[in-house]
Write a protein that binds this ligand. Structure first.
Ligand SMILES: Cc1cc2nc3c(=O)[nH]c(=O)nc-3n(C[C@H](O)[C@H](O)[C@H](O)COP(=O)(O)OP(=O)(O)OC[C@H]3O[C@@H](n4cnc5c(N)ncnc54)[C@H](O)[C@@H]3O)c2cc1C
Length: 507
């Protein structure tokens, strides 16, 4: 009987992260009957926004490194939704505090900002000044072929080769950006990926936030899925991706519902999709080895402070507190001989602070403030003790803004385990210990970016990956949300040609 047959779609997208939501919105917009399904009851995966204690506040701190001028803006334009959201900047820009010395940096950097930066970095003589100016000019003027040539170097190797004479404070500034952009240390990240997106951010000058909280963007994308006659189901966890005759044909949820489609697109991450949702038995041994060896990005720990008074009165877009020796530098030869606490103790852990209501005042009640303070952490969701990192965050916060401690109404904390639960990637942590809590997705290391980036097409026809783990090259890559959205757009194109090819084969 018709009523008992499983629902049939052109495409099923599992996950409403920026990658999944963008992909589903484009497919639905092009007339493909799409099911967008998520285990969470909220949109946006790791970038969701919560209503809590009277505030509308992101669960993890997020900024848009290209505002509406990058991939997110491009997708919203493609689905005719760009005018339904406001991209926002703050006039004062960001505050950087290096070794307790503050400097304000405007989003639209100019020559005056550079001079102030030089002064702030305590550049001692003309030689150092010249090295900094030359390095900045070089970065701003790099061309596409320059980036391609350094994809196989790490950021640290490249900075040492390209700018051997820059002062330490400037090098610290550049490597800090690597952590902020890729949530991954400069010792391991790809120089080409770093330089390409660092210069793009500097040249675009549109970093900021959006009205309604960061999670409003994927929510809006999902709304357009329904407006185009397709279906969105929230709070339904996919348990299995169904394979028949060597093709992906549908999904089964934890509740036992079955939905069928010509193409299945997973936003859950390559490792969880292959090893858990499909199952290793459907892939070659070589592919399983490849998937198991993929390396995740680093993760984060964060504290949210809900204050009964506005303590930070200037409308900074973000605040960075850091110092010399801030960069996490694991050494493969000694890593097993050092405890996490011993390893982290000397590190001057950077703290990234954001206050969403500085962009959109409607997000917090008048005269109150909600602040997110985040620091980088390894991605292991099974580690129980993160005290050393939380203590470092609290120390920096209370030293820099002593008044905060007297006005706290509520605080809460998140660890890599929380991140893994929200993203759903934690399901692999039993078979791949230490993996599952990553902040971005796969690490942007030379072996996993550019031409080495995993392809959105899986070896199983009809099964695709979308989000920060997979993209096509040239063109695919970038910072967190931009990268995920870009993958959404590129994967949607691949899915459309697959579906078209399938139709042609059936004629
Ligand atoms: C603390 C922190 C700070 C960050 N700061 C920034 C920033 O400032 N700027 C920036 O650009 N990026 C930032 N990022 C990175 C950014 O959040 C991610 O790169 C991006 O959200 C990844 O998107 P995605 O589409 O790949 O996947 P995800 O966001 O991980 O989405 C995956 C989706 O799949 C769903 N799912 C998983 N399993 C199942 C299942 N079995 N059934 C159904 N649904 C399922 C999940 O519920 C989720 O909605 C930050 C990340 C963290 C953690």
């Amino acid at each position: 009987m018709l009523g008992q047959e499983p629902d049939k779609f052109g495409a099923i997208v599992i996950g409403t992260g920026f990658g999944g939501a963008a992909c589903a919105a484009i497919l639905a917009n092009k007339g493909i009957k799409t099911l967008l399904i998520d285990k969470n009851k909220f949109f946006g995966g790791k970038a969701f926004t919560q209503n809590i204690h009277g505030h509308k506040i992101d669960f993890f701190s997020h900024l848009l490194c290209m505002g509406g001028s990058g991939e997110i803006g491009a997708v919203l334009k493609e689905i005719n939704a760009f005018d339904r959201i406001k991209f926002l900047q703050t006039r004062v820009g960001s505050l950087f505090i290096y070794d307790e010395r503050p400097v304000e940096i405007k989003t639209k950097m100019d020559f005056g900002t550079l001079l102030r930066l030089a002064d702030w970095m305590q550049i001692k003589n003309n030689e150092e000044m010249e090295a900094v100016m030359k390095a900045f000019q070089y970065l701003m003027e790099m061309k596409e072929h320059d980036f391609d040539q350094i994809y196989n170097l790490t950021v640290e190797e490249w900075l040492n080769l390209q700018f051997p004479n820059i002062p330490l404070a400037f090098k610290d500034f550049l490597t800090l950006w690597c952590g902020m952009m890729f949530v991954n240390p400069s010792k391991f990240s790809s120089a080409g990926e770093y330089a390409r997106y660092f210069t793009r951010i500097l040249n675009t000058k549109d970093a900021g936030y959006c009205s309604g909280g960061i999670g409003y963007i994927p929510e809006l994308m999902a709304k357009t899925v329904e407006e185009n006659g397709s279906v969105v189901k929230m709070g339904e966890e996919v348990d299995k991706i169904l394979i028949e005759n060597d093709r992906a044909v549908g999904v089964q949820t934890k509740d036992g519902n079955i939905y069928m489609a010509d193409a299945i697109i997973s936003n859950v991450g390559i490792q969880p999709t292959v090893l858990k949702l499909v199952g290793a038995e459907y892939f070659s041994k070589e592919y399983i080895t490849y998937v198991k060896n993929l390396i995740p990005s680093f993760s984060g720990v964060r504290i949210r402070y809900f204050l009964n008074k506005k303590i930070i009165n200037k409308k900074y877009g973000s605040i960075l507190i850091y110092g010399a020796n801030h960069d996490i530098r694991f050494d493969w030869n000694t890593i097993d001989q050092t405890t996490f606490e011993e390893f982290m103790k000397p590190i001057n852990l950077p703290v990234f602070i954001s206050i969403p209501s500085n962009y959109d005042p409607s997000l917090s009640p008048p005269n109150e403030q909600a602040i997110l303070a985040t620091a980088i952490a390894p991605p292991n969701p099974n580690r129980k003790q993160w005290d050393i990192l939380f203590d470092k965050i609290e120390d920096s916060m209370f030293k820099t803004f002593p008044e905060i401690s007297q006005h706290i109404e509520h605080t809460d904390r998140a660890t890599p385990k929380t991140i893994g639960e929200v993203s759903g990637r934690i399901i692999v942590s039993d078979i791949l210990p230490g993996i599952g809590g990553e902040a971005v997705g796969l690490a942007q290391i030379p072996e996993q970016v550019g031409y080495n980036k995993p392809n959105p097409r899986s070896p199983i026809p009809g099964l695709f990956f979308v989000g920060c783990d997979a993209n096509v090259y040239p063109g695919g890559g970038g910072v967190g949300l931009e990268q995920a959205t870009n993958s959404g757009r590129n994967t949607a194109r691949l899915v459309m040609s697959y579906l078209f090819g399938k139709k042609v084969r059936n004629l």
